[in-house]
Design a protein around this ligand. Structure first.
Ligand SMILES: Cc1cc2nc3c(=O)[nH]c(=O)nc-3n(C[C@H](O)[C@H](O)[C@H](O)COP(=O)(O)OP(=O)(O)OC[C@H]3O[C@@H](n4cnc5c(N)ncnc54)[C@H](O)[C@@H]3O)c2cc1C
Ligand code: FES
Ligand code: FES
Length: 491
C-alpha cells in the first residue's frame, strides 16, 4: 500500500473509496459533499464549533477483529488523514429495508428536530456514543452533545430521544461487517520502505505537480528522517488547529506529515513514576488516564472543546501550538511535566515550563518535534487542583485556567507549583506567587499579597475574552480556593 500516490483510500459502507487527484488540503467534509454528494453532512461554521459536520471515523481495533469509532468534525479534518480508515456518515445509518437507526427514529418520535440543519450531526454524535456506551447516563448524553449546537429545538427532546433509543440495545450497533475485511486490506505498511542504497523513502499519500506532498508514515524512524530532510514540514496530529488555519486563513503548507498512523507515537507507556504519552495520543485517551489520579485535570479536559475535538486533538498539538490560552499546559506545568524532543536519532528532555520563549515561540529547532509528553504520577503527598474559567461551561475558550500542586507539611504549603494560561504571551508558571505561598499556612495567605505578586508578574492587558481586572481577580481567587479545601481537611 505504501506505493499508492495521489490516492487516498478509505472504506465507506462496504466499499473502498479511492479519492484521486484531490488537493492536499481538501477537507473530509468538502470531499463528502462535493465529490460523493453525501450532503446529509452539513457545513455550519467550518471551524469545529457547531457539530453540523460530525461523522464517525473507524480504525481496526487492537485485535484486528472489529472497528473502533470516534466522532470527528469532518470540516477540519484533511482528506489524506482518512487514508487507511473507514467512515460512517448519516446516510450510512439507513438499513437496506429502509428502517432508520433507533436514534433517528426517536428523534422523529420525540420531536427532536425542527429546521433539521443540526440534526445529522446530533444523530452522529449520539450514534457514536451508543457504540461505546449502550446505556449512557444523562451526563454522558449531554457531554456527547457538547459540541453540537441546535438553535431551534432545545435539547430536552433530543436528550429524551437519546434515552429512549437505548431501550433497543440490539439495534444500536452500526452495520460494518462488510467494512472490516476491506479495512484490513487498505492498511498501510508498518515498516519503512528503503531505497537500493538503504535510505528511507516516505511515500506520499498525495503529491502535487509542484512537488508538495502529504505523507503519512507508520514509524517513528520515518518521521524523524523525513523531518531532518524536510524541516519546514507542517506536522498534522489531530488537525484541530491546522484544519482551522486551512479553512479560515487559507494556510497551504508545502509539505504535511500526518502523525496519526505512527504506532510508537500512539502509545502510552507507564512506569511507577510517570506516564509517557506519545505525541499522537488523543485528549480523549488522556482524559481517561488522568481521571482517577488527577480529577481536576480530567475536568479541565472534559471542558476542552467537545468530544469530536478531543477524539483527535492531542496534548503534543496543544503544547506545540502554544496558544496563550491553551488549557492543558497549566495543569501539565503544575505537575512538573517534561517533553521528549526528537531530532533525527537524538532526543533531549525539556521541562515544559522551559519550552516557551515567547508568544507561540518555543525551543524546537528546525526538524525537531515533540515525541512524547512525560506526566508524573501522583506521589501520595502532593495535592493537585485546577480550574478553567470561561464564559460558557462547555466548548468555550478560557478567560483563565489555573493549576496548582503543593504539599502540606505541618499545615504549611511546600514545593508549590502554580501555573496559568491567559495572563501572559504563553502559558507559564508564576514564581512570584509561588514564593508568596511557600512555607505559609493557608490561613496566612492574604488576597493583598497575591494581588501584589500578580501585578508584579504580569503585564496588565485587556483581552477579547476578559478584561485584566477580571482575569487578575480570577487568578487570585482560584489560588485562595485551591488552598482553602486542603486546609479544611487537615484542620
Ligand atoms: C472547536 C474547537 C475547540 C477548542 N477548544 C479548546 C479548548 O477548550 N482548550 C484549548 O486549549 N484548545 C482548544 N482548541 C484548540 C485545539 O483543539 C488544541 O490546541 C489541540 O490540542 C491541538 O491539537 P491537535 O493534535 O489537533 O493539533 P494540530 O492541529 O494537528 O497541530 C497544532 C500545531 O502543533 C504542531 N504539532 C502537532 N504535533 C506536533 C508534534 N508532535 N511536535 C511538534 N509540533 C507538533 C502542528 O504542526 C501545528 O502547528 C479548540 C479547537 C477547536 C477547533
Ligand atoms: S461545520 Fe461546524 S463543526 Fe464542522
Ligand atoms: S433543528 Fe434547527 S438548528 Fe437544530
Amino acid at each position: 500500500m505504501n506505493q499508492v500516490t495521489n490516492t487516498v483510500r478509505f472504506v465507506l459502507d462496504g466499499q473502498i473509496v479511492e479519492a484521486q487527484g484531490e488537493r492536499r488540503t481538501t477537507t473530509v467534509l468538502d470531499y463528502l459533499r462535493e465529490q460523493m454528494h453525501r450532503t446529509g453532512t452539513k457545513e455550519g461554521c467550518a471551524e469545529g464549533d457547531c457539530g453540523a459536520c460530525v461523522i464517525m471515523v473507524g480504525e481496526l481495533n487492537a485485535k484486528g477483529d472489529g472497528i473502533d469509532y470516534v466522532p470527528v468534525n469532518s470540516c477540519i479534518q484533511l482528506l489524506p488523514s482518512l487514508d487507511g480508515k473507514s467512515i460512517k456518515t448519516v446516510e450510512s445509518l439507513k438499513k437496506a429495508d429502509g428502517s432508520l437507526h433507533p436514534v433517528q427514529q426517536e428523534m422523529i418520535a420525540c420531536h427532536g428536530s425542527q429546521c433539521g440543519f443540526c440534526t445529522p450531526g446530533i444523530v452522529m454524535s449520539l450514534v457514536n456514543l451508543v457504540q461505546v456506551v449502550p446505556q449512557p447516563s444523562r451526563q454522558q448524553i449531554t457531554d456527547s452533545l457538547s459540541g453540537n449546537l441546535c438553535r431551534c429545538t432545545g435539547y430536552k427532546p433530543i436528550i429524551e430521544a437519546a434515552t429512549k433509543a437505548c431501550h433497543k440495545p440490539e439495534l444500536l450497533k452500526v452495520e460494518d461487517s462488510a467494512d472490516l475485511p476491506l479495512l484490513r486490506e487498505i492498511q498501510r505498511a508498518k515498516t519503512p520502505t528503503l531505497s537500493l542504497e538503504g535510505d528511507i523513502i516516505v511515500q506520499p499519500v498525495v503529491r502535487t505537480r509542484k512537488g508538495n506532498e502529504v505523507v503519512s508514515p507508520a514509524t517513528l524512524t520515518e518521521v524523524a528522517d523525513y523531518l531532518v530532510k524536510n524541516p519546514t514540514t507542517t506536522l498534522l496530529a489531530g488537525s484541530t488547529e491546522v484544519g482551522l488555519q486551512v479553512n479560515k486563513q487559507f494556510f497551504r503548507p508545502d509539505h504535511i506529515m500526518y502523525l496519526g498512523n505512527v504506532d510508537e507515537l500512539r502509545q502510552v507507556n507507564e512506569t511507577a513514576a510517570a506516564w509517557r504519552i506519545g505525541a499522537a495520543v488523543s485528549l480523549a485517551q488522556v482524559e481517561q488516564i488522568v481521571a482517577e489520579s488527577y480529577p481536576d485535570f480530567a475536568e479541565v479536559l472534559r471542558r476542552f472543546g467537545s468530544p469530536p475535538i478531543r477524539s483527535t486533538a492531542t496534548l503534543a498539538g496543544n503544547i506545540a501550538n502554544g496558544s496563550p490560552i491553551g488549557d492543558s499546559m497549566p495543569c501539565l506545568m503544575a505537575l512538573g511535566t517534561d517533553l521528549i524532543l526528537r531530532h533525527g536519532d537524538s532526543t533531549r528532555t525539556v521541562a515544559l515550563d522551559q519550552f516557551y520563549t515567547g508568544q507561540k515561540q518555543n525551543v524546537l529547532k528546525p526538524g525537531e518535534f515533540i515525541e512524547a509528553v512525560v506526566l508524573p504520577k501522583p506521589n501520595g503527598k502532593r495535592v493537585f487542583r485546577a480550574h478553567k474559567v470561561s464564559k460558557r461551561f462547555e466548548q468555550d475558550i478560557s478567560a483563565t485556567c489555573a493549576a496548582m500542586a503543593f504539599e502540606l507539611k505541618d499545615g504549611k504549603l511546600h514545593q508549590v507549583r502554580l501555573a496559568y494560561n491567559g495572563l501572559a504571551p504563553s502559558p507559564c508558571r508564576a514564581p512570584k506567587l509561588e514564593a508568596v505561598l511557600e512555607g505559609k499556612a493557608p490561613s496566612e495567605v492574604t488576597a493583598a499579597d497575591l494581588d501584589a505578586a500578580i501585578a508584579d508578574s504580569f503585564v496588565a492587558r485587556d483581552g477579547l475574552r476578559a478584561t485584566w481586572t477580571y482575569r487578575s481577580l480570577v487568578a487570585r481567587n482560584l489560588v485562595l480556593e485551591f488552598i482553602e479545601e486542603p486546609a479544611a481537611e487537615v484542620a
